[in-house]
Design a protein around this ligand. Sequence first.
Ligand code: B1M
Length: 213
Amino acid sequence: MSKAIFEELKTAVVQMDEDLTRRVAQTAVEQGVDACEAVNRGLVKGMEVVGEKYELEEYFIPEVLLCSDAMNAGIEVLKPHIKKEAGVTPYKVVIGVVQGDTHDIGKNLVKILQEAGGFEVYDLGRDVPLEQFIDKAVEVRADIIGMSTLMTSTMDNMGTVITMLQGRDLRERFKVLIGGGPISQSFADTIGADGYAPDATSAVRMARELVGS
Ligand code: B1M
């Protein structure tokens, strides 16, 4: 049963159908389908197909934007039903998409799942000036700085933030977690990040590991 709903969510995103995505998400909620799974196995899978179509030049920017609107409509319905972990220490994460990059769909998913996982998340948004990651982390006494990027042209900005942390003698104060399409464990090792996660679910797991919770 859940499998069919996941497939319908995926198709609705690929078909750019905001209303249908919202309706299927609502059905998922009514049928007691796990909301987190509906996001990961339905909506995200749909966006993956959209990414492939974009690369094959079957879809262009207007279509991609309509698909992401459909995905966001589904998330709006499902988000209040994502199970929150109660009673965990509220570790703080400052998260954002690095300067030069406006892709924020993945970062938004990471934020939602980290919040559900009990973290207090400060979202800086997208195209974030690099100093802001550090200034905000200092201001809120964050435990983790989380950076996302989808573009090869902006991934080096993550290393720049780490260099800036070292320059301000703050490197030991924050754990640095990174992710996004072109990011890999070996890139994380190269720039000296503390953790890398390939998807939103593992971003929660990795954040926990980094703070030892
Ligand atoms: Co753009 N885009 N795009 N785009 N876009 C890509 C990324 C691209 C790979 C497509 C391609 O050409 N093959 C390419 C980058 C190429 C490269 O650098 N090598 C690209 C380009 C070039 C561009 C423009 C420059 C196009 C142009 O204008 N000529 C432009 C960028 C402008 C800018 O930012 N300066 C652009 C614009 C756009 C849209 C506006 C149309 C739209 C973005 C809408 C939005 O985000 N609000 C868009 C989209 C949607 C895509 C694709 C098709 C899909 C990305 C996506 O949302 N995936 C993408 C192609 C692709 O990925 N196959 C493409 C779904 C999302 C759930 O996955 O973001 O990977 P993802 O997030 C995952 C994981 O990566 C991970 O968890 C998430 C959830 O599981 N993760 C983290 C992400 N952040 C993390 C942080 C963590 C941990 C895990 O810790 C902190």
